[in-house]
Design a protein around this ligand. Structure first.
Ligand SMILES: Cc1cc2nc3c(=O)[nH]c(=O)nc-3n(C[C@H](O)[C@H](O)[C@H](O)COP(=O)(O)O)c2cc1C
Length: 514
């Protein structure tokens, strides 16, 4: 049951968010009638505003937790909303409301600048929790009223996700460069939970190469991003920079939380990137793999609770946070690293583009141009097949196939030849997809199904692939599709026809275990 005064508290709290400048509130005591006190005191402020002079600034709330403003929480879903100092800070109040309506428990952390746009009290009233605005209290220690004296660490452990909305150019730059000079930036470094940012700023700030470079760094580290929309900005300019709507942000958050921890307890070994086979001291035979798909898989698995071992060929990417990274160069080194660690893994995803051939001999000196040169190449070891041969009970093995023709036939042949559980087939001949692109499309092939995954960002595709891999965990099962557009009889359609192509099933698939 809601507190009878909850509505008033929320209404006033929400109104206050529309007030741009600091404004005075007296909060004498947080009693069970706190909503009334809040209402009266803020009405008082409206009168003061009408009279003109400002009387003071709201100070930190005395109590660590506000009384019964909120309904019961679903404690399995906890989100910290970070608010940084942009005009769109007022929209964060609506975000908190939407999240709470979905049963999420919300803590709010504000930067010093954010407090100039919206009062912490607004978020305290909406979330039912004290708002964290500083690393320090007046005594010079954490101002936390949480159990831990190191409050940013406690907060980092508490939250299932950190959402920063709005994310200023400044906060994005600090995140990208590891600057930790306030609570929010320190929390960002300390958390191992998924991070989602909703940038909002003037279009020129958004388009500035510095901002774009920072965004790229964060994307590569697995920070989820809700791109700002275009339109008339608060500064009067038309362009890109409007923060995503709170409903859209909340929806993205629910997507993250829904998948949270479904890989807990798994040890995922991911291979990524291409390998290099030396010809001489300066040249090598390589391929165009950037490592983006493998790194996205590693990041996705980690954020879903898995322990991740990432074996990577040379790559310009920043390694995903909190994954164990093993760097290799040649296919031989890749094989050695994989075989050394594979026994630990419950799931192996081999996304690396490993050389099929290596030079029979490597010149000790740099090769000089002296007419035609014929290279003799020898096949490399088949790591995927070797891993499948050594498979231990319960271990799932998924390979990747980059195909330029006859995708399905070649993919299925590879699946059967190697004895793996699934093959993710990429059509690398498509322009703008696959190698070195941020986007990809794939077909997830098992012995019984072929699931089309249309073009999407690699990070999203990584989650789709993991969703499908998880369905393989279930013992002898029948997979049925629930499709609202079809007749009732058609809704329960067995997805067992060899070679049949169906839509991505993650969201609407139901498993009936025999
Ligand atoms: C009126 C006003 C509006 C601002 N709006 C934005 C904004 O929408 N986005 C942004 O990135 N910075 C904006 N800024 C600049 C930030 O407030 C400034 O960079 C600040 O240092 C951000 O601090 P924070 O990232 O710690 O919150 C604005 C500044 C002012 C004075």
């Amino acid at each position: 049951m809601s507190h009878p005064f909850q509505f008033f508290g929320e209404w006033v709290g929400f109104l206050s968010s529309a007030l741009p400048e600091p404004w005075p509130v007296c909060v004498p005591n947080w009693t069970p009638c706190g909503a009334i006190v809040l209402f009266v005191s803020q009405s008082f402020v409206f009168n003061l505003k009408a009279l003109g002079p400002k009387c003071g600034i709201v100070q930190a709330l005395p109590a660590p937790r506000l009384p019964n403003f909120k309904n019961s929480y679903n404690h399995s879903m906890r989100v910290t909303v970070g608010v940084s100092g942009g005009i769109a800070a007022y929209k964060a109040a609506e975000l908190v409301r939407v999240l709470e309506r979905q049963g999420v428990e919300v803590h709010v952390v504000m930067t010093e600048s954010a407090c100039r746009f919206v009062q912490p009290l607004t978020f305290a009233a909406l979330s039912g929790h004290r708002v964290i605005t500083s690393l320090w209290d007046e005594a010079g220690v954490s101002d936390g009223a949480s159990d831990s004296s190191i409050e940013h660490i406690a907060e980092a452990q508490w939250a299932d996700a950190l959402i920063v909305a709005p994310a200023t150019a400044n906060i994005l730059a600090k995140f990208a460069h590891g600057i930790a000079d306030d609570f929010l930036t320190t929390l960002y470094l300390a958390t191992q939970s998924p991070v989602l940012v909703a940038p909002a700023m003037n279009v020129n700030m958004w388009e500035h190469p510095a901002t774009q470079a920072n965004l790229e760094i964060l994307r590569q580290r697995g920070v989820r991003m809700l791109e700002p929309g275009s339109g008339e900005l608060a500064c009067g300019v038309v362009g890109k920079g409007r923060m995503a709507e709170p409903e859209a942000i909340a929806q993205a958050v629910m997507g993250i939380l829904g998948r949270r921890h479904d890989l807990a307890g798994e040890v995922v070994l991911v291979t990524a990137g291409g390998t290099r086979e030396a010809l001489d001291p300066v040249r090598y035979i390589g391929n165009r793999s950037s490592g983006k798909m493998g790194y996205a898989l590693a990041e996705a698995a980690q954020s879903r609770g898995a322990k991740v071992i990432l074996v990577s060929g040379p790559s310009a990417l920043h390694p995903p946070a909190h994954c164990e990274l093993i760097k290799v160069t040649t296919s031989g080194e890749m094989r050695e690293a994989v075989l050394e660690r594979v026994a630990e893994a419950t799931l192996v995803v081999k996304a690396a583009a490993v050389a099929d051939y290596r030079p029979v001999s490597v010149s000790e000196q740099k090769l000089k141009r002296s007419g035609p040169l014929v290279l003799e190449l020898a096949p490399t070891e088949d790591i995927l097949a070797e891993v499948a041969r050594r498979r231990r009970p319960g271990q799932l093995i998924v390979g990747f196939a980059a195909e330029t023709e006859n995708r399905m036939e070649n993919g299925r042949a590879k699946l059967l030849r190697k004895g793996v559980d699934a093959i993710v087939v990429n059509d690398v001949a498509k322009v703008g997809l696959g190698f070195d692109s941020d986007f990809n499309a794939a077909t997830f092939l098992t012995a019984a199904t072929a699931i089309e995954m249309p073009e999407m960002p690699k990070r999203e595709l990584a989650d789709r692939i993991l969703d499908e891999i998880l369905t393989l965990r279930r013992p002898r099962s029948v997979v049925v599709e629930l499709d609202e557009d079809e007749d009732d009889d058609e809704k329960f359609r067995q997805d067992q026809v060899l070679g049949e192509t169906v839509q991505p099933a993650s969201a609407r698939r139901q498993l009936i275990v025999e």
